[in-house]
Ligand binder design. Structure first.
Ligand code: ZN
Length: 464
């Protein structure tokens, strides 16, 4: 791409960047989009991070079992109220969310009484993947046994790769039976990662992506199986004005929308006495708050200053794509190793029934629970995680061997490191380093406990 004269010395001084033509600069930011592509799951199994939170809230743990009902049954019983709520919400979200793409009018949920298409009408109105499964089931914790009839991972997930679902007890539920509220919330908490937010953009190669009004995928890799959910599970609210000016697509994120939608639906379900769906919608919304407790979900390039982020994007556009590819690789490796360590340690703790483990006890909700305001999603939840991003990055550097987190020539997942990850940290960082890594992750989980419990308690105020 030809450059104006004032850009000719860019290699020597990033500051000269400011002198460039704005159009060229904006193009330079395109590659940043890919920073977010590799990982979009935050905590790989969300039940690990929600179980203790929910279990330690007597508001949920001590209630009588609730009656299971299908989504169609819930919707038909409350069709008028759901239609009214979604109509009100459409207006509210357009006026109040940090970023919103209005729902096309033809997707509005209308009252028809038709039981055949009620789920489809609802799913399109809230703009979720119509192929998502809404099976009735419980996703058991590691170390627990299956009770009753099993469910298959493919009954729950739209993905080819079922990951952790292959290793967990999945129990089928049927309409009318009773189930514990804790099990409903915790199972539902992992559900948005099973395909709810897949293929929602015009370049997703899906029919619903053409209809939904979200436009082209702003970032993430549309070619990866999980890639298209990235803008729904990541929210970049605290970047510098410069970065937003140059990369407006960074504003196009939707977790705040999901957190709001599911909270309102949960409140409606409770108000109408349909507690099973109250708890299930609650679990869905809580998922995205859990995502925010991972710093890799609230800033596109954790640990990079605005200037170096722009600089790397610029170099790529100028014909040096390696710098960008290297940055992507490092972010992806660090994100994955953080998740892997958390998942390995917590899975083992649950399997051993070691509920005193620091990463589990960090999730215990402390009373009094903080009040909740809609603005907290951005101002407190995402902010707290963003503030820890640099520190978490430093701890990862100190805890793992160079090839895991600092070598851009390595794809971490090729190292086959999962089985020996704890041992690796012990060997590399010693006992103190291991403990410090655990304490750092516990800090992130503790934030989730504070934020998540505020959300849950506020929803429960809708219960008569
Ligand atoms: Zn997620």
């Amino acid at each position: 791409m030809p450059l104006p004269d004032e850009c000719s010395n860019l290699y020597g001084s990033p500051i000269k960047f400011w002198m460039c033509n704005m159009k060229i600069i904006t193009k330079c930011l395109g590659p940043i989009a890919l920073f977010c592509s590799a990982q979009v799951c935050a905590w790989s199994n969300h039940t690990l991070v929600s179980h203790q939170l929910i279990q330690s809230m007597p508001q949920v743990a001590s209630v009588a079992p609730v009656k299971v009902e299908s989504l169609a049954e819930f919707l038909l019983a409350n069709e008028t109220a759901v239609a009214q709520l979604l109509a009100e919400d459409e207006v509210w979200m357009a006026q109040n969310l940090w970023h919103y793409s209005p729902r096309p009018d033809n997707l509005a949920f209308t009252v028809t009484g038709n039981s055949q298409d009620v789920v489809e009408r609802f799913v399109k109105a809230i703009r979720v993947n119509p192929n998502a499964k809404f099976a009735l089931y419980i996703q058991g914790m590691p170390g627990t046994d299956l009770i009753g009839a099993p469910r298959l991972p493919e009954d729950i997930s739209v993905f080819q790769d079922h990951g952790h679902l292959n290793h967990l007890p999945l129990q089928a539920l049927t309409s009318g039976e009773l189930v514990s509220a804790v099990d409903v919330v915790v199972s539902a908490n992992d559900e948005p990662d099973h395909g709810h937010d897949i293929g929602l953009f015009t370049d997703s190669g899906t029919d619903h992506g053409q209809e939904y009004g979200f436009g082209e995928q702003p970032f993430g890799n549309p070619n990866l199986e999980y890639g298209s959910q990235a803008p729904f599970h990541m929210g970049f609210y605290h970047e510098s004005p410069v970065l937003y000016a140059l990369g407006g697509f960074l504003k196009e994120t939707y977790p705040q929308m999901r957190i709001h939608q599911y909270k309102r639906l949960a409140e409606l379900a409770f108000a109408k006495g349909h507690d099973y769906w109250g708890y299930r919608f609650m679990g869905w919304g809580l998922h995205y708050i859990g995502d925010f407790s991972n710093p890799y979900h609230v800033t596109p390039v954790p640990g990079n200053s605005t200037l170096s982020t722009i600089w790397v994007g610029l170099l790529s556009t100028l014909g040096f794509p390696q710098a960008q590819q290297d940055a992507v690789q490092l972010v992806s490796n660090r994100h994955t190793v953080l998740e892997d360590f958390q998942s390995v340690v917590m899975t083992k703790a649950y399997e051993a029934n070691n509920l005193q483990h620091p990463m589990i006890s960090a999730l215990t909700v402390e009373q009094p629970i903080a009040p909740y305001a809609e603005s907290d999603v951005i101002d407190k939840f995402a902010r707290a995680s963003m503030d820890k991003a640099d520190y978490v990055g430093e701890i990862l550097m100190a805890s793992f061997p160079r090839e895991y987190v600092q070598d851009e020539t390595v794809e971490y997942s090729n190292l086959d490191a999962l089985e020996t990850l704890e041992q690796t940290v012990h060997q590399h960082a010693g006992e103190d380093g291991f403990n410090q890594l655990e304490a750092t992750i516990s800090g992130l989980l503790s934030d989730f406990s504070i934020h998540g419990s505020a959300y849950v308690a506020d929803i429960l105020r809708a219960k008569p």
